[in-house]
Design a protein. Structure first.
Length: 94
């Protein structure tokens, strides 16, 4: 299980996110004006579960090591997630 520390906008300790969904979150993080969190994640190597959400661009994984774009609320609740058809070696965020 991954555990992440959440910082408040001023850089102080907020709370802890424990990752129980078996995803590996990358440290590519962006925020919107409402404090929602956008990050990339991928399934652990031994897990074929589809973590995408219904109604998104691509809710099901079709390529091994495929990345998800995930939107989380400021309290770390998943709002949506969609697979983006690239593997880790192809994924670059600028």
């Amino acid at each position: 299980m991954n555990t992440f520390i959440k910082l408040t906008p001023d850089g102080t300790y907020g709370n802890i996110l424990s990752n129980s969904d078996n995803l590996m979150y990358d440290f590519v993080i962006n925020f919107d004006n409402s404090g929602n969190i956008y990050t990339l994640a991928h399934n652990k190597s031994d897990d074929d579960t589809d973590f995408g959400t219904s109604g998104t661009y691509k809710p099901n994984k079709t390529v091994e090591a495929e990345y998800l774009l995930v939107k989380l609320s400021p309290t770390f609740e998943k709002i949506w997630a969609t697979y983006i058809s690239v593997s880790g070696s192809q994924c670059r965020v600028k």
